[in-house]
Design a binder for this molecule. Sequence first.
Ligand SMILES: C[S@@+](CC[C@H](N)C(=O)[O-])C[C@H]1O[C@@H](n2cnc3c(N)ncnc32)[C@H](O)[C@@H]1O
Length: 172
Amino acid sequence: MSATNRANHKRNANDSYPTPSWCTEAIVREIVWTSDSRVLEPCCGDGAISRVIEHVQWVSHIEWCEIQMGRDFLEYDFFGERFDFVITNPPFSLAQEFVEKSLTLANCVIMLLRLNFLASGKRKEFWEKHPPTAIHVLTKRPSFTGNGTDATDYAWFVWDTTGRQKHGMFWI
Ligand SMILES: C[S@@+](CC[C@H](N)C(=O)[O-])C[C@H]1O[C@@H](n2cnc3c(N)ncnc32)[C@H](O)[C@@H]1O
């Protein structure tokens, strides 16, 4: 769900913006992992997040979807399979749908979202129904295009039902 709001910026097809590795490394350090963790990356793109996660010693399996590789996450049937974590940077235009489906699949959902995603009246009902348990604000702005940063701030939003993760506001 990355990228820029500049008027002259044309968004990539499918909102394809790989997450810089430092952003993933920053949240990996904050997560309380359990051994044999099973992770779902529901829109893996070129694998930018998965390549960081696969080095976490407690991760035993990473499942994936990616519409450009024929697996539409919102349509995909997991046949009851569950995960310890869903971690992704979702397509901006489908962020809410991604969170909602992820919450049915994992006890801990972690999404990189724009900070102003919080401030939309359109999503009031969604936030009241699904308040995040933690928000880890990125104190440095990521560049998703390789052409510098835009005027957009991001945070990792966490929905944790296990009680194992830190709850509250953090700046990383
Ligand atoms: C912002 S990019 C992030 C890619 C990757 N998660 C990362 O962080 O590097 C969003 C990705 O979502 C994929 N995508 C868009 N709609 C999708 C869908 N319905 N199901 C699965 N993937 C989708 C896009 O093709 C793109 O790769």
